[in-house]
Design a protein around this ligand. Structure first.
Ligand code: UN1
Length: 501
């Protein structure tokens, strides 16, 4: 089944891992193996990128960029439209490859490809919407305005958990903005990156712009981060990784766009709809086996309904269908690796040490793959473990007496990605959305923390890194702003009224 899917996508069991307008690999290259987390078995492998190959990728991307930036943005959008079509035509194959490679259930594997298709469509529209403002000039016969120009080759570092969608947030927007894109995917999802790059290559073939969507593999991520030829590095992953990227990129005064760890919380008020809460919490906490940066990790429930909500969640957790993610009945697939299982066990042990009680799940499961039972832990919101992100399905639950208390516990963590409140009270919702409410980049009312639409800007504050990707005006990060003053008069009036003789 996997072999068929891979063949349809043109991904051989062994494939070159570097694309610079053409696939390249050196004979003695190291291999990066892709492991199917459902079975623990290898799916295939790609060749790692050597330093020389990396250099060729950047040289070709730069050369392509210099021509790409000069074609009208809507024409660039036309290429992205065709890539979106190619994704649409291959949605189920790509979805199954995502399922095989990172263990997402079929609906989520395909959902992620859909997110990339949506993103392509968004970027096509955007290609006719890259606007600049005109400001009122203080000088007669002067026009003051800003325009946005392409930036250069952009480096895109993605994580295993969204191996298609997060690349598309960056790549499609950057491409219509006139940039070339150099992708360094996660070593846990190399085959998906090869399949996607092959689709792009097919569309771009013969256009003269084959190097606009290129691919590099480990271990050249660091070289890319340090490379002055790359004005923007967009990186998704852990806070630790992002801190390192941020330091290195700012050292060369480059730009970084960071989407890092989340530790997302939801507040459940006494008037919340408990059915809706239960469904939203289960999807948010156990969807993608707790491996989204938007996964719900902390739940604050009003004292008066805590017992009821926890009871409902326990029942839901006891009957969760966990298993082979390609089986349509299953809702929870495996974690990405054995290491991820160990991290989860360590976090649970710490939680118990810090006074927590595991009230559902938590056990690793007998299986060749990396399956676990999602856990619910009743614990004080001040326990240090609840202030860290463990990339696994652990939900820390506590109760509160007043919204003010819940709000301060909610905002007390270093991360600031996504947040939610469940209530029918207008006052409570508005308090949560106010300047003294949620300190996150994403705030939801009566909807869970995960599963954001692409139309909004995605990202968060504090340790989440501050970057914004995908929708709204996130495109501005991929362009350079130029402020223009144009004097169409015969005099030379100076700003600030300066008289210079
Ligand atoms: C991520 O986990 O890095 O909002 C991205 C969501 C998805 C994207 C998650 N649209 O959950």
């Amino acid at each position: 089944m996997h072999a068929d899917t891979m063949a349809r996508l043109g991904v051989d069991r062994h494939h070159a891992g570097t694309f610079a307008g053409e696939w390249i690999e050196s004979l003695d290259a190291q291999q990066i193996e892709s492991i199917n987390p459902t079975t623990g078995e290898p799916l295939g492998s790609i060749s790692a990128t050597t330093e020389d190959e990396y250099d060729l990728v950047v040289t070709k991307a730069q050369e392509a960029f210099e021509r790409w930036r000069m074609i009208p943005a809507p024409q660039r959008g036309e290429y992205v439209r065709q890539i979106g079509e190619a994704l649409r035509d291959n949605k189920s194959e790509l979805g199954s490859l995502v399922t095989a490679e990172v263990g997402k259930i079929t609906a989520e594997g395909e959902g992620e490809v859909q997110e990339a298709i949506d993103m392509a469509e968004f970027a096509v529209g955007l290609s006719r919407q890259l606007y600049g403002l005109t400001m009122a000039s203080e000088r007669p016969h002067h026009r003051l305005f800003e325009q946005w120009h392409p930036l250069g080759p952009v480096g895109v570092i993605t994580a295993f958990n969204f191996p298609v969608a997060v690349w598309s947030w960056n790549a499609f927007v950057a491409a219509v903005c006139g940039d070339a894109v150099i992708w360094k995917p996660s070593s846990h999802a190399p085959l998906t990156s090869v399949a996607i790059t092959r689709l792009c290559a097919e569309v771009m073939d013969g256009s003269g712009f084959e190097s606009i969507f290129s691919l590099v593999s480990d271990p050249v991520g660091r070289a890319m981060v340090d490379d002055r030829r790359i004005p923007l590095i967009s990186a998704t992953g852990s806070t630790e990784m992002g801190r390192d990227v941020s330091r290195r990129v700012s050292d060369r005064l480059g730009r970084s766009l960071l989407e890092l760890g989340g530790n997302n919380g939801a507040i459940v008020m006494e008037d919340a709809d408990v059915d809706l809460v239960t469904r939203a919490v289960v999807f948010g906490a156990v969807g993608t086996a707790g491996q989204r940066c938007t996964t719900l990790r902390r739940l604050f429930v009003h004292d008066s309904i805590a017992e009821e909500v926890v009871g409902r969640l326990k029942v839901a957790y006891e009957t969760l269908p966990i298993g082979d993610p390609s089986h349509p009945d299953n809702l929870v697939g495996p974690l990405i690796s054995n290491q991820a299982m160990e991290n989860m066990q360590r976090a649970l042990a710490n939680a118990v040490d810090q006074g927590g009680h595991i009230i559902a799940g938590g056990e690793p499961m007998e299986s060749p793959g990396y399956f676990v039972q999602p856990a619910i832990v009743w614990i004080e919101p001040t326990a240090p473990i609840t202030h860290t992100e463990t990339f696994a399905p652990i939900l820390y639950v506590s109760s509160f007496a007043s919204l003010d208390d819940a709000m301060s516990a909610h905002n007390a963590v270093p991360q600031g990605l996504s947040s939610a409140i469940f209530t029918d009270s207008l006052k409570a919702a508005e308090r949560f959305l106010s300047a003294s409410g949620s300190d996150c980049g994403i705030a939801n009312v009566n909807a869970g923390t995960s599963g954001a639409e692409i139309g909004g800007a995605f990202g968060g504050e504090k340790d989440t890194g501050g970057g914004r990707e995908s929708g709204s005006d996130a495109w501005k990060a991929y362009m350079r702003r130029q402020t223009v003053t144009l004097n169409w008069g015969d005099d030379l009036p100076l700003a600030q009224g300066i008289d210079f003789g």
